[in-house]
Ligand binder design. Structure first.
Ligand SMILES: Cc1cc2nc3c(=O)[nH]c(=O)nc-3n(C[C@H](O)[C@H](O)[C@H](O)COP(=O)(O)OP(=O)(O)OC[C@H]3O[C@@H](n4cnc5c(N)ncnc54)[C@H](O)[C@@H]3O)c2cc1C
Length: 412
């Protein structure tokens, strides 16, 4: 049987970053990944890496809008009708998490973790040579309707209270900065100092390469179970067993399966998201732009312009729904009239999603030596560095830089 100090199950951005941090601190680490380490969901993400994303999805406004949203085929959120019965438990918890007191606590928890997100991300990216894929800029949140701009502006006092430099810019200033935008806009919120990733796939590959070149082991296999083995843990995989003192469960939206085997039932769903990569968009944006109606992101990347976003609940195994990727083009064209889709490539990925919008980062209470790191929803790339720091501290029995109570698995 193979042995290691730390087995990291899942080599997405969370697992690969945690493995690198642990390796950097001197631990022998093995990543168990059924595909390629560093090539998980983040590779298809929008590449928005700014800590202003501190608002949980469940909130009274979203609950009020939910019936209308669910009836809109092009809406930001859809549930496949046949999947509805599976969403009852998750949905009930989502409704409870939308209570104002819970929302306030979630904002406080997210602002706390995100406060460390950028510096932790850069600290990991630099030695791996991945910082060349990060640029810093002022990101825009653009609205068509004045009411939508007002809704977005309502967040400004909260954002400023957490230290962000945020301002409202009018239509003329917006069009002067981004001439490819159409005329039918109310204005935007500008957020200074946001990171954008220009090639998320290459970023993840650079981290994985760094891990391997520093003698890290990446086992190409699927983990099927984790079992107790006197003073260590035995991770069963499709190609044999691995004995480890510590195990990190970082299998993204698939983490629930391994946890169920250990006796934990976590309401983890895949909030499926899509992107459409446009290699020849015929329009140029100088920065990442969020569009508010409905919400999606357009990110200039090395390969072209990536349109990404929207949420679909249809289960983890359902095939991609091409319509959800294609509709991103139609929605985007309403903002970017000259946009072309020649050579467009569709993609679907799984945001690991818990109903309160907070990840699980912490020990499994009945299994000393096993820690969970999953459920980062739409912020997993951003929060990969700080999650890695916390996981490494837990493995080393040190106090992590943030209070992990809101992220405990015991809240379920
Ligand atoms: C459209 C879209 C846009 C996004 N945009 C952003 C953004 O702009 N900014 C941001 O911060 N985040 C963004 N996200 C979210 C972010 O991509 C995710 O939160 C993050 O990638 C989750 O990383 P992870 O490592 O937890 O999971 P994953 O990347 O899904 O990795 C899990 C890995 O575990 C492996 N695995 C699963 N089960 C097993 C097993 N049993 N054995 C072995 N291996 C296993 C899988 O193969 C996979 O590689 C976006 C997501 C989507 C879908």
């Amino acid at each position: 049987m193979q042995k290691t100090d730390v087995a990291v199950v899942g080599g997405g951005i969370i697992g690969t970053t945690a493995a690198l941090e642990l390796q950097h601190r001197g631990h022998a680490v093995t990543i168990i990944e059924r595909d390629e380490p560093g090539a998980g969901t983040a590779a298809g993400s929008a590449g928005y890496l700014a800590w202003d994303d501190i608002f949980p999805i469940p909130n009274p406004h979203v609950i009020a809008e939910l019936p209308r949203m669910l009836l809109d085929k092009k809406g930001p959120l859809v549930i496949k009708p046949s999947y509805l019965p599976h969403m009852i438990g998750w949905g009930t918890r989502f409704l409870l998490a939308a209570r104002p007191s819970r929302v306030r606590r979630a904002i406080a928890a997210l602002s706390e973790i995100n406060r460390y997100a950028e510096e932790s991300l850069v600290a990991i990216a630099e030695p791996a040579g991945a910082q060349r894929y990060l640029v810093r800029e002022t990101a825009f949140h653009v609205s068509q309707k004045p009411e939508s701009l007002e809704d977005a502006a309502a967040h400004i006092p909260t954002l400023r209270s957490y230290g962000f430099t945020v301002e409202v810019i009018d239509r003329e200033t917006l069009l002067a900065a981004e001439p490819a935008l159409g005329e039918n806009l109310a204005g935007a919120i500008a957020i200074a100092g946001a990171y954008r990733c220009t090639n998320p796939g290459a970023y993840g590959a650079a981290l994985a390469q760094r891990f391997r070149s520093a003698s890290g082991t990446a086992t190409h296999a699927r983990a099927t179970a984790i079992e107790r083995n006197t003073d260590a843990w035995n991770v069963r995989t499709t190609i044999g067993n691995l004995q480890a003192k510590h195990v990190v469960i970082a299998a993204g939206a698939w983490s629930g399966e391994l946890l169920r085997g250990l006796g934990y039932r976590v309401p983890l769903e895949s909030a499926r998201g899509y992107h459409l990569m446009l290699p020849r968009p015929q329009v140029q944006l100088s920065r990442l732009i969020h569009f508010n109606e409905p919400h999606f992101v357009a990110t200039p990347m090395e390969q072209g312009l990536r349109l990404a976003g929207t949420v679909e609940f249809a289960g983890i195994d359902a095939p991609p729904n091409d319509y959800r990727a294609d509709m991103l083009f139609d929605i985007a064209r309403a903002y970017l009239p000259a946009l072309e889709r020649d050579g467009a490539v569709r993609w679907m990925g799984h945001r690991p999603s818990l109903p309160d919008s907070l990840p699980v980062i912490g020990p499994l209470p009945r299994h000393p030596g096993i820690v969970g790191a999953f459920g980062h929803e739409r912020r997993g790339f951003l929060e990969s560095g700080i999650t890695a720091r916390c996981i490494a501290d837990l493995v080393e029995e040190k106090a992590p830089p943030i209070d992990l109570t809101p992220f405990s698995i015991e809240r379920f």
